[in-house]
Design a protein around this ligand. Structure first.
Ligand code: ADP
Length: 235
């Protein structure tokens, strides 16, 4: 339809601009990082008085790096498409948990993982991990007062009864109103103001779609949210 056409042209334009800006930002960041290293070396043992400040600059520069990488992945997904491999996705889910441990430590969140899949899927492991970390971080953000994070992987049929694996990431957090749910997969849609990029879910959808998979969401305000991913079985 015309609407879809305008939307895809818009996305292409956003992609071009974004990639340009991201590349431009990369150069000054590299200069900052390089010089920070020099400052650190020069200060040596005297660095104690400014250790926290240097640490803070370092962390924030790394954060900018991550945002730029996300922007590039969104803008030029073909260039960032890694190789694919076969594996049981439950292992990837387990691998995500250490990466978010620091967030889990800060909150009263119970993690439950149930894993029963026997099938293998075909997708770049790092990309699936990226998608899952995104969903898990969002789930944790949605439960500031604690709750339960449920992670499930199981054999399940997908569209046209084709065999595959279903992965669920569910939280007992804030949930979302239907008008928010309608927009969450749009690039740059975020309700997190400064903290969010609004790219997590749109990138996730691109990565899952590319493997012939599906990602969907069910949410109820005040009750929680469940994201469901389905990936086709690897031949
Ligand atoms: P970001 O997290 O940077 O905002 P995302 O694309 O990952 O970008 O998410 C977009 C928006 O979707 C979030 O800002 C939030 O409003 C909503 N959202 C995503 N996951 C959840 C969740 N588990 N519970 C409540 N809201 C969510």
């Amino acid at each position: 339809t015309t609407k879809q056409l305008i939307m895809s042209e818009k996305l292409a334009a956003i992609g071009e601009i974004t990639a340009g800006v991201a590349h431009e930002i990369n150069n000054p960041i590299a200069v900052i990082q390089g010089n920070l290293e020099v400052v650190r070396e020069q200060l040596g043992a005297q660095a104690d008085s400014v250790r926290t400040e240097i640490q803070l600059i370092d962390e924030q520069v790394q954060r900018i790096n991550l945002i730029v990488l996300k922007l590039l992945q969104f803008a030029k997904p073909e260039e960032y498409a890694g190789y694919v491999e076969r594996y049981e996705p439950g292992g990837v889910i387990a691998d995500c948990l250490p990466l978010v441990q620091h967030l889990l430590n800060k909150s009263e969140i119970e993690v439950r993982q149930t894993r029963s899949e026997t099938r293998l899927v075909l997708m770049n492991r790092t990309e699936l991990q990226q998608v899952l970390v995104n969903l898990i971080v969002n789930a944790i953000h949605a439960m500031p007062d604690g709750g339960t994070l449920t992670l499930v992987s199981m054999d399940a049929a997908g569209p046209g009864e084709s065999p595959g694996v279903r992965i669920e990431v569910a939280d007992t957090g804030t949930g979302m109103a239907p008008d928010v749910v309608a927009k969450i997969f749009d690039p740059f849609f975020t309700t997190k103001r400064r903290e969010g990029t609004g790219l997590g879910l749109s990138i996730s959808r691109t990565l899952i779609d590319r493997q012939g998979g599906r990602i969907s969401v069910e949410s109820e305000p005040g009750k929680g949210t469940r994201f469901t991913i389905w990936l086709p079985e690897a031949d």
